[in-house]
Design a protein around this ligand. Sequence first.
Ligand SMILES: CC(C)(COP(=O)(O)OP(=O)(O)OC[C@H]1O[C@@H](n2cnc3c(N)ncnc32)[C@H](O)[C@@H]1OP(=O)(O)O)[C@@H](O)C(=O)NCCC(=O)NCCS
Length: 241
Amino acid sequence: MAIEIVPLAKSDIPGAVDCVQKAFADDPYFQWVFNDPAQFNIQRNAASLAAHFEYGLSCNCPISVAKVSHVLNDQKATRDVQLLPGTIVGVGWWYSPQPASTPQTWSVWAQECLLSIRQFLNNVRFLGRGGLNIDRYWIWKQVQHDAHEALWKDQRGYYFCNMVGVSSQARGMGVGKRLMESVIERADQEGIPCYLESSKGYPNVTIYEKMGFRLVKEIECADKGDVCKLYCMIRDAKTKS
Ligand SMILES: CC(C)(COP(=O)(O)OP(=O)(O)OC[C@H]1O[C@@H](n2cnc3c(N)ncnc32)[C@H](O)[C@@H]1OP(=O)(O)O)[C@@H](O)C(=O)NCCC(=O)NCCS
């Protein structure tokens, strides 16, 4: 099987949503913020993710997908038989660096308004947030904001890995690394550091260390004794422009 890394196109959004939902189904943060499985509405969650991808595309965020391009007749590739050409098996979504001195642009502000409207319409259409624990969501937002205030010292900003996920069938094949490298290489050329947060300590911290990240802080989102830990990692640029 050959897998290509390509920029996300609008037509890729349904496949990217499906990939993210499967890749993060056992993610500790996901399970903490959607803490009542009986309330979880997968269609509502898909609509929310699709709205976020639309937002990311409109804001020119560096978002890549790993797509099966063709299946090779390789005896060793037995685990790939289910993956048809065109299947999205990985998603890497980054935010571009935002220098501390640069205010948010009007176009990003407008896209945030549009995202809020889409989410409101999703609430109406699906009669709620589909199991999202809104108190926990805001706890996470505050903890994340405080972490960025404490850790983001570089005035030029950081390439922020918002999410990277690879389908279980395609893990350990270098797909995650290629999704990360597509932005890391650009960051190195520009001399800009990268940043990520992962709620899965094992094996992700080791995986990201192999890509040049170092663990800088462990933060906790706590709600009535139920805690979700996040591992904050920074990668310094390898070369300066
Ligand atoms: C984390 C994740 C994106 C990594 O993607 P992947 O395609 O499996 O990783 P790769 O195959 O590109 O491996 C990258 C490196 O990590 C190593 N690695 C991969 N899985 C590993 C594991 N379980 N334990 C230790 N090292 C591992 C690889 O050997 C490789 O190292 P190398 O460059 O020295 O060869 C993927 O496992 C995933 O989607 N996990 C679930 C969702 C998630 O947790 N996302 C991250 C949220 S921040």
